[in-house]
Design a protein around this ligand. Structure first.
Ligand SMILES: [Zn+2]
Length: 157
């Protein structure tokens, strides 16, 4: 991810989000990356694997960071109360396979249908047995995990 490109893209996005566009439309641009459209991916997975059960969700690329993280790279997050899934914009790169991005999205979507477990001490377990079982059912699960292992260093400093 080159710095110049990042800056250029940011500027372009700002220019695209002109004030004459209604706010809703400005927000809706956030699912479009340079290489991948998160909306398309979400809608397809929702149809294929969730019987369109996820309703009213927004999907967007997160904010770009100046530096790659040193230790932990977060591929995606879900805020269920806001019905929002955010994907790390470092994944919007040509070397990232579509099936990997789909796996990341699937993982976040799965959180919205598999309940968390409350552990003693009020701690929460989000990756429950049930979650892991269903995650493994994803058709590209194995190669996605392997790709993650092999490529994680590219997303870290
Ligand atoms: Zn998770």
């Amino acid at each position: 991810m080159g710095m110049g490109r990042k800056k250029k893209k940011k500027t372009t996005k700002r220019k695209l989000a002109l004030p004459q566009l209604p706010m809703q439309q400005q927000l809706n641009l956030r699912h479009e990356g340079t290489h991948f459209d998160l909306r398309e991916i979400f809608d397809d997975l929702n149809r294929r694997h969730f019987r369109k059960r996820l309703r009213g969700y927004n999907v967007e690329w997160g904010r770009r960071r100046k530096h790659r993280p040193r230790e932990q790279f977060v591929f995606g997050t879900i805020q269920e109360e806001d019905r929002l899934i955010r994907i790390n914009p470092a994944l919007d790169q040509p070397f990232v396979p579509l099936w990997f991005l789909r796996y990341v999205m699937y993982h976040e979507m799965l959180h919205s249908v598999v309940p968390d477990e409350i552990l003693p001490g009020n701690r929460r377990r989000v990756h429950t047995e049930e979650f892991n079982r269903r995650e493994r059912k994803f058709p590209d699960y194995r190669r996605a995990r392997r790709w993650e292992d092999e490529n994680l260093s590219k997303f870290l400093r």
